[in-house]
Ligand binder design. Structure first.
Ligand code: ADP
Ligand code: MG
Length: 243
């Protein structure tokens, strides 16, 4: 599970996350929606410690830490519990699909090559990329690169997977295949935070939805509450924009 308490982040004078409180029980999918600049990516990036949060308490699995007191070793330990899937895939261009998936197993999980390889192959098979595991990213379509990105996240078997607009960079005809794959991952009872503009998909896959507005949770609830019966005027405007 993942829990954040009073989670805040500013860049200079700009408050990007303002005392966020949220909880994602094990196996649940939390979707985060909101306009561009509302703080969605910053929320995921601070949970993954790609950026330090300024304030707050984070719980991942059984570990709880206050960011005011956390040390580098504890950050590394928490980072091993989450995996990001990026909008632009963020694969290493000089590594094959297989090497990309093995990278964190070797570097973060400190496995040997012979330990990492079968695990990486297993997850490449799950995402439908085993037959192309020796391809370099520039020989793969966007959809295929994102499949590798998802395999890379799955392979470290993290407590939580963080998806940041995983289909936004894809050609329209490739979006459905990736959404199907994310749905499959969700059905495996993976705990997920999903930032997406695919409202119909978010409605289907989510257990809970948060509408972020200028770094504040303006409204949250079940998919039906948020998508069909939004109460907050800004949520309404936002949802209406996708009709
Ligand atoms: P979203 O993902 O919802 O579009 P972001 O989390 O990327 O929003 O950005 C939220 C706000 O934080 C924006 O105003 C953005 O300009 C600002 N921001 C994000 N990252 C940085 C950074 N590294 N330095 C300064 N400002 C940033
Ligand atoms: Mg973003």
């Amino acid at each position: 599970m993942l829990k954040l308490e009073n989670w805040s982040k500013s860049f200079n004078q700009n408050t990007v996350l303002n005392n966020i409180n949220l909880e994602v029980p094990t196996g649940n999918v939390l979707s985060i929606i909101g306009s561009s600049g509302s703080g969605k990516s910053t929320l995921l990036r601070t949970v993954n410690f790609l950026e330090p949060a300024d304030q707050g308490i984070i719980q991942i699995g059984t570990t709880t830490k206050d960011v005011a007191e956390i040390n580098q070793q504890e950050i590394l330990a928490l980072r091993r519990q989450t995996a990001m899937v990026f909008q632009n895939y963020a694969l290493f261009s000089k590594k094959t699909a297989l090497e990309n998936v093995m990278e964190n197993l070797l570097m973060v999980k400190r496995m040997t090559l012979s330990e990492a390889k079968p695990i990486a192959e297993h997850y490449l098979e799950i995402v439908g990329m085993k037959d192309r595991m020796n391809y370099y990213p520039n020989k793969l379509s966007g959809g295929q690169q994102q499949r590798v990105g998802i395999a890379r996240a799955l392979a470290i078997e993290p407590e939580v997977i963080l998806f940041d607009e995983p289909t936004s960079a894809l050609d329209p005809e490739l979006v459905g295949g990736i959404l199907d794959l994310i749905m499959k991952v969700a059905h495996e009872k993976t705990t997920m935070l999903l930032v997406t503009h695919e409202m119909n998909f978010a409605k289907q896959v989510s257990d809970h939805v948060i509408f972020l507005d200028k770094g504040n949770i303006a409204e949250e609830g079940t998919p039906t509450q948020i998508f069909d019966h939004p109460q907050n005027e800004r949520t309404r405007q936002f949802i209406r924009g996708f009709d």
